[in-house]
Every structure is written in structure tokens, then in C-alpha cells.
Design a binder for this molecule. Structure first.
Ligand SMILES: [Ca+2]
Length: 229
């Protein structure tokens, strides 16, 4: 029974006793040490190369291909009337790779009553906040305006953060990384609402009771491209 579990030291003993075995062991240890040093040096070199690659992030030029989606309504508003116009911007309307940069609304009208010496009417308009994902508090927004001389009212809502359509610079390892800030989805998709109110101005003793108003909505969409510079 004890013979089965007893470890046979004879083999190990003969290795240590044999001078040629010792030489072999020393040689093996020496080779191992060389391999270990070589591998460490190689790894640290590789590390340095990777760090250099990250540190010297490439410079890129980001340009934008622009397009527009338009809506237009021409309606007759009566004196004192306020009306809301809703425009649906859906993912299906936006071509592949494009995002919504901003949405402008131009409200135009003239004096069409035909009454003699009829002054231009007063029109006021505003973009009403909806659940659409946009930069509702952006400094560049013009969310309301008015006119009393028949000049156009121009409103603008910034939908995509920091978009202005101008070529800009970026840094990154590849174009995918560089374009990340310009490929977020959801902005400018949903309902865009414009409220228009008319208050007529009449000539003496006559009554100007309505006016024709045209609302033009332009959705600026963009596709970002990165070129290594
Ligand atoms: Ca008038």
C-alpha cells in the first residue's frame, strides 16, 4: 500500500547529482531569462507606439452636404385671428445619413384689401415648443417676431447642437470617431408648430377685415463628411 503513494525521488536525485543535468538547467534558465527580457522590451516598445498613435490624434476637416425639406401654407386669416400650423418631420422624409440642423419659418404677407390708403396689417408669429428634440434654449434661436409694415418675419429653431453648416475641424483616429458628434439621431424629428396672429389696420372709415398670409417652413438637413488634413 505505501509503495503506491511513495514519491519516487530517484529521478530528481539523479538530475541534481548529474553535473551535465545541472548545466542543462542553467542553460534553460538563462534562455528563459533572455526570452523574458526580450518580451518585456518588445511590449514596452509596442506600448510606446500605441501611445504615440493616440497622442498624435489626426486632424480632420469636417464639411457638410446640405439639403432642405420645405413646407408651405397660404391662408386667409381674419382680423384678430390666431392660428397654429403644425408640420410633421418624420425619419422617412430624411435621406440616409442626414440629420436635421435647424428649421426656419418665414411668414410673409402684403396689403391685399384693395381699399384706398389701407395701411399694412400687423402680423405676429412664434414657434411653439413641442416635444421635438431640439436646442430650445439656444442663443441663435429666433422663436418669435412681428411685422407691421408687411416685411417678412423670419424665425429659426436650432435643432442639432452647434450646427451652422460651416466647415469645421476635428481630431480623431478615424473618420468614424471624428463624425460621432454629427451622427446623433432624434434631433429635429417630430412636430414643428408655428402660431400666426393677424391684426388688421384699416383706412379711415373703412374696414379691412382679413389678410392672406404665407408660412414657409424650411428644414435644413445635413450630412457630415470627414477628410484627413
Ligand atoms: Ca390693412
Amino acid at each position: 500500500m505505501s509503495d503506491d503513494v511513495e514519491f519516487d525521488f530517484n529521478g530528481l536525485k539523479s538530475l541534481v547529482d548529474d553535473p551535465s543535468s545541472n548545466k542543462t538547467m542553467i542553460a534553460v534558465l538563462a534562455i528563459s531569462a533572455i526570452i523574458l527580457i526580450y518580451t518585456s522590451v518588445d511590449l514596452s516598445n509596442l506600448n510606446e507606439e500605441v501611445r504615440e498613435l493616440i497622442d498624435s490624434e489626426n486632424q480632420w476637416q469636417i464639411s457638410f452636404e446640405l439639403d432642405t425639406i420645405s413646407f408651405q401654407d397660404t391662408v386667409i386669416l381674419s382680423d384678430g385671428e390666431q392660428r397654429q400650423f403644425d408640420y410633421e418631420i418624420s425619419e422617412e422624409q430624411i435621406p440616409d445619413g442626414y440629420r436635421v440642423g435647424n428649421i426656419t419659418s418665414i411668414i410673409s404677407y402684403s396689403e391685399t384689401s384693395g381699399l384706398p390708403a389701407d395701411p399694412a396689417d400687423s402680423v405676429s408669429s412664434s414657434i411653439r415648443q413641442t416635444s421635438m428634440e431640439a436646442q430650445w434654449n439656444d442663443n441663435r434661436n429666433t422663436l418669435s417676431g412681428s411685422s407691421n409694415d408687411a416685411s417678412d418675419i423670419e424665425l429659426m429653431l436650432q435643432t442639432y447642437p452647434d450646427f451652422d453648416g460651416l466647415t469645421t475641424n476635428g481630431t480623431g483616429l478615424n473618420s468614424y470617431q471624428v463624425l460621432q458628434p454629427w451622427t446623433q439621431t432624434g434631433y429635429g424629428v417630430g412636430t414643428f408648430s408655428v402660431v400666426v396672429e393677424l391684426n388688421t389696420q384699416s383706412p379711415p372709415l373703412l374696414n379691412d377685415s382679413d389678410e392672406e398670409v404665407t408660412i414657409t417652413v424650411q428644414v435644413t438637413i445635413f450630412k457630415a463628411n470627414a477628410n484627413s488634413s
